[in-house]
Ligand binder design. Structure first.
Ligand code: SME
Length: 160
């Protein structure tokens, strides 16, 4: 049994350090990428408050395809450059969206979503996946969240 849990009241950098340590521990020695993404989606849902969706889209044949996640069923395929996820995949850059309704082309998978953070996962300079977090709160994510999820993406690049 795994017993990972955030420490109440801890700072965001400390929270993300613990999340990444848990992700490294749970993926250590495991070559199955689906299992690793599934456990890491569950860890994100466990560690980060105020999310309604968290998970992975994988780059498959030039488009993003839904991967393991926690949350409501979501759209399966997203073209490069489409929506927040496709923009992150096309640019290779983190997308921090305080108000999804103000993002041109935002794809609404869950009507409850108000803000979003999408971080590309790069391996050898190529975008192989994105990590997508949605929140029902406006402006839920800040630079510390972006830095934390970018560090998580770097930690996972060789095991997903
Ligand atoms: N909102 C995303 C689509 C994926 S869902 O949020 C899970 C986008 O605009 O790309």
């Amino acid at each position: 049994m795994y017993d990972f849990a955030p420490v109440p009241g801890q700072s965001k950098p400390s929270l993300y350090a613990d999340l990444i340590e848990a992700a490294r521990a749970i993926t250590h020695g495991e070559p199955d990428t689906v299992a690793n993404m599934a456990n890491c989606a569950a860890l994100i849902g466990l560690f980060l408050p105020d999310l309604n969706w968290a998970g992975f889209y994988r780059m498959v044949g030039g488009e993003l395809v839904l991967g393991p996640f926690v949350g409501k069923p979501a759209c399966i395929r997203i073209g490069r450059g489409q929506g927040v996820c496709g923009t992150a995949a096309a640019s290779g850059e983190t997308q921090l969206v305080p108000d999804v309704h103000a993002f041109p082309g935002h794809i609404a998978c869950d009507a409850a979503s108000r803000s979003e953070l999408v971080v590309p996962v790069l391996r050898a300079g190529e975008v192989i996946a994105v990590i997508d977090l949605d929140s029902p709160l406006p402006a839920r994510f800040d630079g510390e969240d972006a830095a934390g999820i970018e560090a998580l993406a770097a930690a996972l690049a060789d095991c997903i």
